[in-house]
Design a protein around this ligand. Structure first.
Ligand code: S3P
Length: 176
């Protein structure tokens, strides 16, 4: 079964994914990395050269591939991109084919973790004010994260280890 991690950029999907992988002794896939390897270029390059719609198509195709190859009796952790679930078909796949956890963070936490790390994130590029940009995107995304996920974990001030332990417990996984 795939345990997918969703949530806004900077909420810690990749870091929690790594800690959870260690805790559960299972494989970890990062959707952005999968796409970069497949395309042979970085996410910023894909956005620049091909545009956001092309990137969203790649996200959907990659998600379909990963889900079709996953085995029912083997856990895989899948860190999604922050915007993956905004493509309705992706949200449907994530909800139906994975056990999805939303790592929920407050705007204050997101501003703090993303400040200085905007450059590798095309969705934040060119924003005159980071907080306003995050608020704009969150207005569209918050409800979709909550509806798509099966579990919600509030991550403000919580360590990756404690967040991972909570995910293991919520999803009924035995810690190995
Ligand atoms: C995006 C988030 C990024 C990456 C791409 C688009 C988004 O992933 O998929 O830049 O739309 O929120 P992270 O959430 O891992 O930064």
């Amino acid at each position: 079964m795939i345990i997918s991690l969703t949530g806004f950029m900077g909420c810690g999907k990749s870091s929690v994914g790594k800690t959870l992988r260690t805790l559960l002794s299972c494989n970890l896939l990062d959707l952005d990395t999968y796409i970069e390897e497949k395309a042979g270029k970085t996410i910023p390059e894909i956005f620049k050269e091909d545009g956001e719609p092309a990137f969203r198509k790649m996200e959907l195709e990659s998600l379909k591939e990963i889900c079709s190859e996953a085995k029912e009796d083997e856990d895989i952790i899948l860190s999604l991109g922050g915007g993956t679930i905004m493509t309705p078909e992706c949200a449907e796949i994530v909800h139906d084919k994975t056990s999805c956890v939303y790592l929920r963070a407050t705007i204050d936490t997101l501003v703090a973790t993303l400040t200085g790390y905007e450059s590798g994130r095309p969705m934040l590029n060119g924003a005159t004010d980071l907080r306003t940009r995050i608020e704009e995107l969150m207005q569209k995304r918050a409800a979709v994260y909550e509806q798509t996920a099966h579990y919600i974990v509030d991550i403000d001030g919580i360590s990756y280890e404690d967040t991972s332990a909570e995910i293991a417990s919520l999803t009924g996984r035995k810690v190995k």
